[in-house]
Design a protein around this ligand. Structure first.
Ligand code: KIV
Ligand code: ZN
Length: 525
């Protein structure tokens, strides 16, 4: 069996998904779960992008004990310095350096000749070698790059010290056969390829990211890059859980394996989905809610006789708990802690106390407290631990003849209680008009979703909103027994999150190096 390294970029390429804004604690939570899953490399961020990105990459590098942590850098010395600053305390720091190579990027974005691209790439690899032992070089838009030029770029950067050469299909344009051929060509034509690892990095614009990654493995890739749940810019990145399970189930065909602990996949998917507010489609391969559901009578009959008639992946293999453990009002703090740990959350004693208080409150109103409920309580209490934010004190709504009136009391970040009222043609509109007036921000509601967290009339309601304010887009979530309570909390949460964002996510202050600034705006994906 060949061993395939897994490079996870959920916290970098995945975080580029519109509407995803993870704070430092959330990034740490995901990184720790990825370490449990056993990925080889975690790309924690793009340190030169903002002080916040540098700080969170540093925190992840510091927190992880076994996993290599990578940081992205454009091909300039300042970015490399920032990456070193963020990663130097990690156990195995890796620099992920990228420069575009395709004719379309060279001509329109970089305005550089082939020779200039090679010169810049080599200069940066050499500069980075002062700090980093482990350098990965990505030829951005490699999929649309002339093969002989790609061969020359890789030969030169390996010669300069790169240990991994990555072939991004940045725009998700390739077919599996074409992408596989690129790897075969590189294996056969880059003279020093035995001194580096070849890596695949696929985007899903044509729905072929996973198939392309597997074709790369067949043709010589020893590292695959992707994200959990396939999140990422536009249509997303290759879903790592799908690649890992495909390699396991079809080991007869691929003769390759990863070191992932597959039983951690369901939990990792849940943690990522819950913290990014990115719902996993029900029919998603490997981790979707329907992935193991059999509806048709013929299938059910077959399953009862012999599971393998219609099931190629067992739910247990990817960590689906066959028996959902239910907590209730008699469950103690220890049971709650154990369940949280099972779900992938490690909480301090102090935090547990707070979550347990909320859990008891919920168990008084709801007979069975399910995993979804517990995760929602945990999230809510994590968010409310932050002092510097608006907190809801109470809400009163009345509705008559198509006019709703909301009266709301909020505590401001400065600790002052303020009260306000406004009307709207519906209850939610009245609530949002009131809050908008209180925070003096002109907020656009882009999306509003409501769902029941579990079954039954006593289920909790979860509201998720997407809002925009002065060019920034953010999401907010609220959970409550009452749908209006959940709607209010979600809106307040989105405002708290917007306040933490100092500037639009893709805005760069780096004005010095024009062409590299474009890299971020155009193709930071
Ligand atoms: O898709 C891409 O080209 C990237 C690079 C930064 C590696 O994400
Ligand atoms: Zn990418």
């Amino acid at each position: 069996m060949r061993q395939i390294a897994v490079f996870d970029t959920t916290l970098r390429d995945g975080e580029q998904s519109p509407g995803v804004n993870l704070n430092l604690e959330e990034k740490l939570e995901i990184a720790q779960q990825l370490e449990r899953l056993g990925v080889d490399v975690i790309e924690a961020g793009f340190p030169a992008a903002s002080p916040g990105d540098l700080e969170s990459t540093k925190a992840v590098a510091h927190a992880l004990k076994n996993t290599s942590v990578a940081g992205l850098a454009r091909a300039n010395h300042k970015d490399i310095d920032a990456a070193w600053e963020a990663l130097k305390d990690g156990v195995k720091p890796r620099l992920h350096l990228f420069l575009a190579t395709s004719p379309i990027h060279r001509e329109h974005k970089l305005q550089m000749s082939q020779d200039q691209v090679i010169e810049k790439a080599v200069d940066c690899v050499k500069y980075a070698s002062r700090y980093f032992k482990d350098i990965e070089f990505s030829a951005e838009d490699a999929g649309r790059t002339e093969l002989p030029f790609l061969r020359d770029v890789f030969t030169a950067v390996i010669e300069a010290g790169a240990k991994v050469v990555n072939v991004p299909d940045t725009v998700g344009y390739m077919t599996p056969e074409e992408y596989g051929n690129v790897f075969r060509y590189l294996k056969e034509n880059v003279p020093n390829i035995d001194q580096a690892v070849l890596s695949a990095h696929c985007h899903d614009d044509l729905g072929m990211a996973v198939a392309n990654s597997l074709a790369a493995v067949q043709n010589g890739a020893d590292q695959v890059e992707g994200t959990i749940n396939g999140i990422g810019e536009r249509a997303g990145n290759a879903a790592l859980e799908e690649i890992a399970v495909a390699l396991q189930i079809r080991k007869d065909f691929y003769e390759a394996q990863t070191t992932l602990t597959l039983e951690q996949l369901a939990r990792t998917s849940k943690v990522v989905s819950s913290l990014t507010d990115f719902e996993v489609p029900r029919n998603k391969a490997v981790v979707g809610a329907n992935a193991f559901a059999h509806e048709a009578g013929i299938h059910q009959d077959g399953m009862l006789k012999e599971r393998t008639t219609y099931e190629i992946i067992s739910p247990q293999m990817v960590g689906y708990d066959a028996t959902q453990l239910v907590l209730g009002k008699h469950s103690g703090r220890h049971a709650l802690k154990e369940r949280l740990e099972f779900l992938g959350y490690s909480v301090s004693e102090e935090h547990l106390k707070e979550v347990f208080k909320k859990f008891k409150g919920l168990a008084d109103k709801k007979k069975q407290v399910l995993d979804e409920d517990i995760i929602a309580l945990l999230r809510e209490s994590t968010r409310s631990q932050d002092q510097d934010q608006y907190a809801l004190e109470y809400i009163h709504v009345s509705y008559m003849n198509s006019i709703a009136t909301a009266t709301i009391k909020l505590q401001t970040p400065e600790g002052v209680s303020v009260e306000e009222a406004a009307i709207g043609s519906g209850s939610v509109e009245a609530i949002y008009n009131t809050i908008e007036r209180m925070v003096s921000m002109n907020i656009h509601l882009l999306d509003y979703k409501i769902r029941s967290l579990s079954k039954g009339r006593d289920a909790l309601a979860e509201v998720q909103v997407t809002v925009s304010y002065e060019g920034m887009t953010g999401t907010g979530k609220g959970v409550d027994h009452d749908v209006l309570g959940a709607s209010t909390k979600a809106f307040v949460d989105s405002i708290n999150r917007l306040r933490k964002m100092s500037k639009p996510k893709q805005f760069m202050e780096d004005k010095e190096e024009e062409e590299t600034t474009h890299c971020v705006l155009d193709s930071f994906n």
